[in-house]
Structures are given as structure tokens and as C-alpha cells.
Design a protein around this ligand. Sequence first.
Ligand SMILES: [Zn+2]
Length: 219
Amino acid sequence: MSTELQELLDSNRQWAAETETREPGFFSRLLKQQTPQYLWIGCADSRVPANELVNLLPGELFVHRNVANVVVHSDLNCLSVMQFAVDQLKVRHIIVVGHSNCGGVKAALMDSRVGLVDNWLRHVQDVRHLHQDWLDGLPAEQRVNALCELNVLEQARNACHTTVVRDAWVRGQEVVVHGWVYGLHNGLLEDLQITADRAESVDPAYRRALARVKQRYAH
Ligand SMILES: [Zn+2]
């Protein structure tokens, strides 16, 4: 085996030993159940590791990641994760998390040809087209991060419109959808405040959050 991979396995053994020393019985407790309160839907980018950013342990965060944190109504992978998280694990919060300088968002903005992922990024281009006039009015250097934030709002809204979330709200289950953005430059998460806890609050929350993003980039 290559030295690099052996290092990973060695690190894993050290981490498992340290964790068990710090919290005896940690793994045997996790074996019995997981009770995460949160579902994180984030970008696959290696610089945005979900658990580390919010300092949560194994068992505390249910995670789905894809390129550019997209929530599409026909993506059975994402929908299956959401359904299991909401219906079985009863997570209380679904957080769609984008990040600044996202390569997927940048490719969608620039119309770059990368490969198969271009087809996936059409969903982000849909977001771009929705806000094209406003984006065109921004200084070029701000457009990527502005589209990263708009993409979070659209994907969070998509999450609200899935049958999984709508059905949960209809039966009175408490699930709140959020949209956050992570700054690669400073390591900080920011709440874009598209916070919806029932069907009627989705559109007003979207409009307020959108106005807030536009206001911030107006300066
Ligand atoms: Zn990304």
C-alpha cells in the first residue's frame, strides 16, 4: 500500500484510540443509535468539511454533499437522504450550506466546460439566469460570491418545496430549513436568514433574504 494511504489508516487508529480514551464507550453508544438534530446539505469541496466547521462529533450531523450544494427535485440521492433524515431520524433543522469562491458556481457563471459536471451545473446556471440582470450590474470580482449566495437561497427554497419537507409540515412535524454561506477566507459561517418552518413562511423568507443579499452587494 502507498505510504500516503498507510498514513491515513495510522491516523484513523490514533483518532479512534484518542476518542475512546476521552469518552469511554463512545463507539459502542453510537453503534446502538444515531440521533442527529441536523441535516447538512453542502458542497463536495474538500475545504468545507461539514462536521469540523461546526465542531460536531460523529452521530451529531447527517450529511449530504454534492458539487455546488444543489437540491434538485429529481435527484433521488439527495431526496432519499432528506427523506431518511426527516422521516426516520426526525432532524429538526435542514441547513443548505454554500461557500465563497465555489468552483462549481464559478464554472456555471463563466460557462466553463469542465466535463460531465457541466450538466449538473446547469442547475446553478438556472439560478444565474434567474438573476442575470442584477449579476451583470455587479463588479466582475463580486459576481462569483454573489451567485454563491443566490444559489444557497434557491437551493434552500427548493428544499422547502420537496415532498419530504412539505409532507412533514402538513403533519405538523417541526423541521426548519436554513441557508448558510461559509467564507473560505475566514472560516466563518453566515446565516443568510432564509429561515422557513412552514409552507407559508417560504416565499416571504426568500424575498427578505434575497433583498438582504442584494443590499449587501450594493455597497
Ligand atoms: Zn463548492
